[in-house]
Design a protein around this ligand. Structure first.
Ligand code: ADP
Ligand code: ZN
Length: 215
């Protein structure tokens, strides 16, 4: 299954995509994670992307599209993939359709993960990420200290989850990314999933919407 996860920052795309990727045994491709890995390794791509990400702006389309094109050409994507955080603009969505069409592939479903704006802002403020294994936690719901319960790494706040950057990310979402909902509705690929409550509910809603049997 070739899937896209849409939804605002903080909607819970990454967490749900991780779980579904394990269940279906297909790769989870997060453009945000790829950029952050490049930033921490200090690559040229990382240096470029950081200038945009630290301001809450989108990385330019040509850079992002080239990066995803290369990732989708890797062998593990042949049996399916979950794109998380891409496409984020209409030109990216059009480019994606073309890239896939070149080798006879297509997107099967675009899953829009829907949460109210208040909740989004709250989730970003409470989000902490493990510096080692990159798992995300919500301080409000999990009674964890400063260390990752899975690997013991230190839990940190993402630079772009700081309040003044959040506003810019939300604005970029409304302006550039929300039009994709219409794009995939017109293509008859859109499914909407409620993510207002806890992670387990969101995941169950996604399985139901995609008609996948759970475990
Ligand atoms: P979130 O979904 O929580 O906003 P991500 O981890 O998906 O966070 O992305 C973090 C940042 O990386 C974005 O705010 C943006 O600057 C950049 N980014 C990620 N994906 C894309 C994309 N498809 N196009 C442009 N910029 C992107
Ligand atoms: Zn960890």
């Amino acid at each position: 299954m070739n899937l896209i996860f849409l939804g605002a920052p903080g909607a819970g795309k990454g967490t749900a995509a991780n779980r579904l990727s394990e269940l279906l045994d297909i790769p989870h491709i997060s453009t945000g994670d790829i950029f952050r890995a490049n930033i921490s390794e200090g690559t040229e791509l990382g240096k470029l992307a950081d200038q945009y990400i630290s301001q809450g702006c989108l990385v330019p389309d040509d850079v992002t599209i080239g990066m995803v094109k290369a990732r989708l050409a890797e062998e593990d994507c042949a049996k399916g993939f979950i794109l998380d955080g891409f496409p984020r603009t209409i030109p990216q969505a059009e480019a994606l359709d073309n890239i896939l069409a070149e080798d006879g592939r297509k997107i099967d479903r675009a899953v829009d993960i829907v949460v109210s704006e208040d909740k989004l802002v709250e989730r970003l403020a409470y989000r902490r990420v493990c510096a080692a294994c990159k798992l995300s936690y919500n301080l409000k719901h999990s009674n964890i200290g400063d260390c990752c319960p899975v690997c013991g790494g230190s839990l940190i706040m993402r630079e772009d989850d700081k309040p003044k950057v959040i506003a810019a990310r939300m604005a970029a979402y409304h302006r550039d990314t929300e039009p994709l909902i219409e794009y995939y509705r017109n293509a008859r690929k859109l499914v909407k999933v409620n993510s207002e409550e806890v992670v387990a509910d969101t995941f169950a809603n996604i399985l139901a919407a995609l008609e996948i049997k759970g475990v």
